[in-house]
Design a protein around this ligand. Structure first.
Ligand code: MF3
Ligand code: CO
Length: 262
């Protein structure tokens, strides 16, 4: 039987990693501003404008805007929206809901990508557990990334963390390598299905830069797309959560690049 080889994954030099740190810091600062602004009543278009202004003021470019024709700086993920919700001046955040926001930043040609989901006001137990499970799945994945580790082990850990809590991992969308462009090899599924991805065999090495992004559903993992060609929702209408960081594999672990720096 012919074994399919894992893809070649570009490894960044220390100087390139420094540029990605800078891009990631601008993005993290933008996400902090968004977190403060995410209150009931704010429109998703206002959040988009805030993010675009923050990124451009820092001398960077919104990575999503114009990507395959995507019209905005951020993706907004309200309740059953898993990813790629388009900001809209008519749409306002409301209490009792969960809302994710996903943003990409390109600075001096280097792209970083990050997302988080928050609860607005008081949310029910299901939504709270969904947020914790997704955030913990990401943390666990980051803790596993180190040289010598097979990517498939990271994928499997995410799936186990999520499914052991009774939730689903989206199959139709995956994390990805990132750097010179937003999507580079490898693809990073949030589940492990033997033989499905050659990437599972990839051995992590220092200098690889990865966007790891569990997308977790309260019910079925099936998704469907709206007529706008972007907004992706859970097929059963139950809520979903999304957390993402861009990381670099270091000599003995992983460094989160999408953190704010003084
Ligand atoms: N975080 C998403 C991804 O990695 C964002 C892409 S949105 C797009 O694919 F609009 F830029 F396509
Ligand atoms: Co991404």
């Amino acid at each position: 039987m012919r074994r399919i080889r894992p893809p070649k994954v570009p490894r960044k030099t220390p100087a390139e990693l420094e540029l990605m740190r800078h891009s990631g810091a601008i993005l993290a600062r933008t996400l902090e501003k968004l977190r403060e602004a995410m209150r009931p009543g704010v429109s998703t278009a206002e959040l988009d404008a805030l993010a675009e202004n923050e990124i451009r003021t820092a001398g960077a470019i919104p990575a999503f805007k114009g990507y395959n024709g995507y019209p905005a700086t951020v993706c907004i993920e309200i309740e059953d929206v898993v990813v790629h919700g388009i900001p809209n001046p008519e749409e306002r955040l409301s209490p009792g809901t969960i809302v994710g926001i996903d943003v990409g930043c390109t600075c001096e040609g280097w792209t970083t990508d990050a997302a988080f989901t928050v609860a607005l006001g008081e949310v029910d137990d299901l939504r709270q557990r969904l947020l914790s499970a997704t955030e913990e799945a990401l943390a666990e994945a980051l803790g596993l990334c180190r040289p010598g580790r097979q990517l498939g082990e990271v994928c499997r850990a995410i799936q186990e963390c999520v499914e052991s809590r009774g939730f689903g991992v989206v199959r139709a969308l995956v994390g990805h390598g990132i750097g010179r462009s937003m999507h580079e090899p490898p693809q990073i599924p949030n589940y492990y299905e033997a033989g499905e991805f050659a990437e599972y065999e990839l051995v992590l090495r220092p200098g690889m830069t990865l966007a790891i992004e569990p997308m977790v559903t309260a019910g079925t993992y099936e998704v469907r797309q709206d007529a706008d060609g972007w907004t992706t929702r859970t097929a059963d209408g139950l809520p979903a959560a999304h957390f993402e960081h861009t990381i670099a594999v270091t000599k003995d672990g992983a460094e989160i690049l999408t953190v704010s720096r003084p």
